[in-house]
Write a protein that binds this ligand. Structure first.
Ligand SMILES: Nc1nc(=O)c2c([nH]1)NC[C@@H]1CN(c3ccc(C(=O)N[C@@H](CCC(=O)O)C(=O)O)cc3)C=[N+]21
Ligand SMILES: [Mg+2]
Length: 291
């Protein structure tokens, strides 16, 4: 039987509408709009599109969103100085430094400089540590989006076996923490895992976040499992064009799973929606004086 398609584009609209209402209430209470500052260093075309979309999405929900575009040649200390200026700016609630940064800039040095209270990506070690300690504050956007998609699927997580393929600080590790907090039994697998297919076949919930196009095939999936595809891989479409595919061989897996997220239109739009939610969360925490 064909799997249910978990429509992330549509669900992201719902989340954005929730945030829009939250922004209206925030403005009424505090007399200002939540502010998101996005920093892009360099001229990578995909990153330009993504960051412009983030700026636009924040404005659409009534926030004050602003994109800073710096040349690829910008010295590390100048990027750091911008982060520090935004840290000190009262009207800035969220700071996002688009990744990847140019090779000449030490990513960790910049990310660690972001005020944890404004870290809407949830990448700062303080926020990662709080999540791992069961005291989540600002949680990475993509994992939050994955959990909301699982809620849409109405999959019982308590006692379920969740297998996360991928161990990045951005997706794999934090989504595993969120699944644990929902009382799933969580296995984190990766590219070096022995007999990955057999392990994945044990999963009631399978989250693919390795960044390898169509790694997860039909034989990786237990009949009836719920599959969340975090991958965004641009591959040759064969006609001189490129296309986006996930980490999951969609057509094959959709025959076996009970529910699956498409690419595009799955996790990607949810990531943007939760960036907006995190900005509102950060604004509330700052306005209430808790951080
Ligand atoms: N500091 C930082 N935070 C990030 O969250 C971050 C980042 N850097 N660097 C790059 C990655 C990538 N990322 C995406 C978000 C949404 C879509 C998205 O909406 N994708 C659409 C399709 C977009 C298309 O057609 O290209 C979809 O899946 O339907 C994709 C990719 C956030 N990232
Ligand atoms: Mg993503």
């Amino acid at each position: 039987m064909a799997a249910r398609i978990l429509d992330g584009k549509k669900l992201a609209e719902t989340v954005r509408a929730e945030v829009r209402e939250g922004v209206t209430a925030f403005k009424a209470k505090y007399g200002r709009a939540p502010g998101l500052e996005v920093i892009l260093v360099g001229d990578d075309p995909a990153s330009q599109v993504y960051t412009r979309n983030k700026e636009k999405a924040s404005n659409e929900v009534g926030m004050r969103g602003h994109l800073h575009v710096l040349p690829a040649s910008t010295p590390e200390d100048d990027v750091l100085a911008l982060v520090q200026r935004l840290n000190a700016d009262e009207a800035t609630d969220g700071i996002l430094v688009q990744l990847p940064l140019p090779k000449s800039i030490r990513e960790q040095r910049i990310l660690d400089a972001v005020d944890p209270a404004k870290d809407v990506d949830g990448f700062h070690p303080i926020n990662a540590g709080l999540l791992a300690s069961g005291r989540p504050r600002l949680v990475p956007c993509t994992p939050l989006g994955c959990m909301r998609l699982l809620a849409l699927a109405e999959v019982p997580l308590k006692g379920a076996h969740a297998v996360v393929v991928g161990r990045s600080n951005i997706v794999g590790k934090p989504v595993a923490q969120l699944l644990l907090a929902e009382h799933a039994t969580v296995t984190i697998a990766h590219s070096r895992t022995k007999d990955l297919a057999a392990l994945c076949r044990e999963a009631d919930v399978l989250v693919a976040a390795v960044g390898k196009a169509e790694l997860v095939r039909g034989n990786f999936v237990k009949p009836g499992a719920v599959v969340i595809d975090v991958g965004i891989n641009r591959v040759d479409a064969g006609n001189g064009k490129t296309k986006l595919v996930g980490d999951v061989a969609y057509a094959e897996v959709a025959e076996i799973a009970s529910a699956i997220t498409p690419v595009p239109g799955g996790v990607g739009p949810m990531t943007i929606a939760y960036l907006l939610q995190n900005t509102l969360t950060a604004a509330h925490a700052r306005a209430a004086g808790s951080t």
